[in-house]
Design a protein around this ligand. Structure first.
Ligand code: ADP
Ligand code: MG
Length: 461
């Protein structure tokens, strides 16, 4: 049989023609021994094949899961997907991972919490190389693997974490929601809302990506991605949102995203950089600038449930890019008169963005509402002035107001300013208020906000 996977035109052809019709049968995997679209919690695998059929799967240190296969679009550079594969293989304890875009085939093996490339060939060489691949990940070879036989015994002796994967046959059912957090006034609590809301949503079991589109990089700092003030350590200069927006071909989201453990479970963050300030004119001249974020987010739509976009306090290009890419808008506001006047600008801005979205056949941006932020806890103020302001804002601007109120609280400012002593250096070590003081009023407010947001976007559990 002769096969040319390099002629697959898209990701789904790589899956169906190459993996399902060619590779799995050639390697001896009968349809009952592999599954497509398997999810373990937040991890979603394209294919999972195993030598010994065991249901439910039992994941432990000597897991009998054999091979994960990930298919990518033929235009995708496989290098960009190595770190995800590493994460999948090491966290699920799978021995082998095959990564292919049709043009190239790679096999990685798990060693001590890391993965190593053990085989590589071009798609067009597949016929000639198939025996070599069989020796590595063929079903017969893995069935004879002593560690797999042993696993059956070990499973009954050791306490293990039993995971029943949901095997969904319907691809594309997963919907990633993109929420922009925007107000054209600074200091109203946008960044504070983004990072703590991200933490609260992550704690509700959702996979969260935060994108910092503000050249002030406050979110990048707040999520602990900048540990030192020193420019020498500035590795964000290259891997940041500016290059994501500038490059059509390179700097994919998965390549640029970093893990932030400012909250637990961790979230991913695309950092910003002060260079963003100088990049605006250059970006403005590029035809694809307004579409590129949408396109790059589409590539990771299976990886995340919620994407939060933090924006600059202005009506500039970055704010526009955020509002074009987003499905929803949250407007944090301290509801002070000056911020309220700004709401007219926000409404006009949304109107202009919607005109653009209409031209690109995209639904209008849905405004989820105003989140009252940094609200004084003074009882007199709340009962008189605050209630009055809420009513007036609704009457005047016709924008919904969230039920959840984020009050002005010391804990919120403190957790963002936390530092760590390393030798004689002070290193920034911010954490979310939910991890800083889980029982604090502030943490509870963000839990409520997460619940309200998820409900509004149809993601409530
Ligand atoms: N609810 C709050 N309670 C106390 N301090 C807050 C609160 N929200 C924001 N802050 C503080 O106010 C300042 C501005 O908030 P920030 O979230 O950065 O606003 P923006 O992103 O809109 O400019 C920060 O120093 C932040 O720590
Ligand atoms: Mg900010």
């Amino acid at each position: 049989m002769s096969f040319h996977p390099e002629f697959c035109r898209n990701e789904s052809e790589v899956e169906s023609k190459f993996i399902v019709q060619y590779l799995l049968p050639q390697l001896g995997y009968t349809p009952d021994t592999w599954h497509q679209e398997v999810s373990f919690g937040k991890i979603r695998l394209d294919f999972l094949a195993f030598a010994v059929q065991t249901m439910p799967f039992v994941l432990d240190a000597s897991s009998p899961l054999s091979v994960v296969m990930e298919a990518k679009h033929p235009k995708q550079n496989l290098n960009k997907h190595i770190h995800r594969l590493r994460q999948y293989l090491t966290s699920l304890n799978v021995e082998y991972g095959l990564l292919t875009n049709g043009k190239e085939v790679r096999i990685y093996k798990t060693y001590n919490n890391d993965i190593k490339l053990v085989f590589q060939c071009l798609g067009k060489e597949i016929d000639a190389k198939i025996d070599e691949i069989k020796k590595l990940i063929g079903r017969d070879k893995l069935k004879d693997n002593p560690s797999i036989k042993e696993a059956g015994v070990l499973n009954s002796q050791y306490p293990t974490q039993s995971v029943s994967p949901e095997i969904s046959k319907t691809k594309g059912k997963h919907i990633m929601k993109i929420i922009a957090v925007y107000h054209n006034k600074g200091g109203v609590g946008k960044t504070t809302t983004v990072v703590n809301l991200a933490a609260a949503i992550s704690k509700r079991g959702k996979k969260v990506l935060v994108i910092d589109l503000d050249s002030q990089a406050n979110t990048t700092f707040a999520t602990g991605l900048v540990k030192f003030d020193d420019e020498e350590f500035d590795d964000i200069r290259e891997y940041n949102i500016l290059n994501v927006l500038k490059s059509e071909e390179f700097y994919s989201i998965s390549e640029v995203a970093r893990k932030s453990n400012f909250c637990n479970p961790e979230i991913d963050v695309i950092p910003s950089h002060i260079d963003l300030m100088n990049g605006e004119i250059e970006l403005n001249a590029l035809e694809y600038t307004r579409f590129i974020l949408i396109e790059k987010l589409e590539e990771v739509q299976e990886e995340y449930d919620v994407v939060l976009l933090d924006t600059p306090p202005s009506l500039n290009l970055y704010a526009r890019i955020a509002l074009i890419a987003a499905d929803y808008l949250i407007i944090p506001s301290d509801l002070k008169p000056f911020a309220n006047q700004g709401l007219t600008n926000v409404k006009d801005f949304v109107k202009a963005v919607n005109a653009f979205r209409k031209q690109m056949r995209k639904e209008p941006l849905e405004i989820l509402g105003i989140v009252p932020c940094k609200i004084s806890t003074n009882a007199k103020f709340i009962n008189a002035t605050f209630k009055n302001r809420i009513r007036k804002v609704y009457e005047r601007y016709g924008i919904d107001i969230f039920n959840t109120v984020i009050y002005e609280r010391d804990d919120l400012a403190k957790c963002a300013e936390k530092t760590l002593e390393v030798g004689n250096m002070e290193v920034a070590d911010p954490i979310s208020v939910l991890d800083f003081k889980p029982n604090s009023l502030s943490a509870q407010e963000f839990e409520l906000l997460a619940k309200e947001v998820l409900k509004k976007i149809g993601m409530a559990q």
